[in-house]
Design a protein around this ligand. Structure first.
Ligand code: CU
Length: 70
């Protein structure tokens, strides 16, 4: 994940995953902050969603927002 088209792709796809309420892509740190309702989705579910569009996501922090990067 390193260019604007990746950012757009992530924003267009992950933002519409179940339970996702907020999404912030930071290209410089290659990190995506995802805020989601934990009763509607899981970190595993979101990682699978990233995988579906071609990114290997790993969890950076697991507070309220799950971070994912590639
Ligand atoms: Cu790219």
């Amino acid at each position: 994940m390193s260019c604007v088209s990746c950012k757009n792709k992530i924003e267009k796809n992950i933002a519409f995953e179940k339970g996702v309420t907020d999404l912030k892509v930071d290209l410089s740190s290659r990190t995506v902050s995802v805020t989601f309702k934990s009763d509607k989705n899981t970190i595993e579910g979101l990682i699978a969603a990233f995988k579906k569009i071609g990114y290997d996501a790993t969890v950076v922090t697991e507070t309220n927002a799950g971070g994912a990067e590639n």
